[in-house]
Design a protein around this ligand. Structure first.
Ligand code: FES
Length: 106
């Protein structure tokens, strides 16, 4: 199991134990984290799973792929550390990852 912290848009931290290979979005939905709508179910086609990657993790998590970048154009208040959480797959390298849910989606 890996540690993942998702800070909801009301500042509540959800400290989760998650499976390797699962996406950040799947874990948010499974644990009813408010603010992650994930309308397309993880197909990188909706931008309602937008999160901000914690500053300390940006380099490790890396940049979005071009398709994700295009979808992010539809997200609300996009920042340099914005990612779509369905495109972040948990691996050992991401153990302890922290992301924050934006004020609202889309
Ligand atoms: Fe739709 Fe991530 S769930 S883009």
């Amino acid at each position: 199991m890996l540690k993942l912290t998702i800070i909801a848009n009301d500042d509540t931290p959800y400290e989760l134990d998650v499976q390797e290979g699962s996406t950040v979005m799947e874990n948010a939905v499974r644990n009813s984290v408010p603010g992650i709508e994930a309308e397309c179910g993880g197909a990188c086609a909706c931008a309602t799973c937008h999160v901000y990657v914690d500053e300390a993790w940006i380099e490790k998590v890396g940049e979005p792929e071009p398709m994700e970048e295009d979808m992010l154009d539809f997200a609300f208040d996009v920042r340099p550390n914005s990612r779509l959480s369905c495109q972040i797959k948990m691996t050992g390298a991401f153990d302890g990852l922290v992301v924050r849910v934006p004020e609202r989606q889309g």
